[in-house]
Unconditional design. Structure first.
Length: 221
């Protein structure tokens, strides 16, 4: 009888875990589907990055339009006044620094060091669709290590945690936490951690406006 009880308990536990995995898979599919229906958006992005003793904090006005037009203007913090626009047709970044150099407009490759954060984050990888693609990849590669429903700044949210084998996929970080708004399925916040458990990057997403009717004219430095 004791052995039967153990078998029954293990079977039930497996069923619950399997059901949870199926629910997470379905949830990520729903998030992906929502973002497939979004043609453009605007938002405010607050970022923090750390590498060694160096730190960067910025507040960015970001605009996005499919297939991958991205406009980023730093309105506060590190490199305030700088503007960069990624053009998916030329696969180049056109932009300028703030201050007296704002009249010097350069066209650069998105991997050019002058366009990167101190951790190597690129403008053409800074959009929400790229984040959702990463979440789908975590699911498909079985890299998700934890999932929970939490509250983040008074908002109900889904929290996904993933660990990657190749840290180059996360700009040198080894794990990532992603908070997704439970009601809208828009990202709220993300954090990336080193192998030692130190937070080396975070992004906070706010003031979302989707399908506002952006055109190419909205993507000029």
């Amino acid at each position: 009888m004791k052995r039967l009880c153990v078998i029954f308990f293990v079977t039930v536990l497996f069923s619950v875990v399997y059901a949870d995995e199926k629910n997470v898979d379905s949830l990520i599919t729903s998030i992906d589907r929502i973002w497939s229906s979004i043609n453009d958006y605007t938002l405010t992005l607050k970022t923090f990055s750390k590498k060694g003793d160096k730190k960067e904090e910025s507040t960015i006005e970001q605009k996005f339009m499919k297939p991958k037009w991205i406009y980023a203007k730093i309105v506060d913090g590190h490199s305030k006044g700088s503007v960069g626009v990624y053009n998916p047709e030329t696969k180049k970044v056109k932009g300028h620094q703030g201050g007296l150099l704002k009249f010097v407009v350069l066209t650069l490759d998105p991997s050019d060091k002058r366009t990167l954060s101190i951790r190597g984050h690129r403008i053409d990888q800074s959009d929400c669709l790229t984040l959702v693609e990463r979440l789908v990849k975590y699911r498909d590669k079985k890299e998700l290590t934890d999932f929970s429903v939490v509250t983040y700044k008074d908002k109900a949210a889904y929290l996904f945690t993933a660990e990657v084998e190749d840290s180059s996929e996360l700009w040198g970080a080894n794990s990532e936490k992603i908070w997704i708004d439970k009601n809208t399925l828009y990202p709220i916040h993300l954090e990336q951690y080193s192998a030692q458990g130190e937070m080396v990057h975070s992004s906070t997403y706010d003031n979302f406006k989707v399908n506002v009717g952006l055109t190419k004219d909205d993507f000029k430095p």
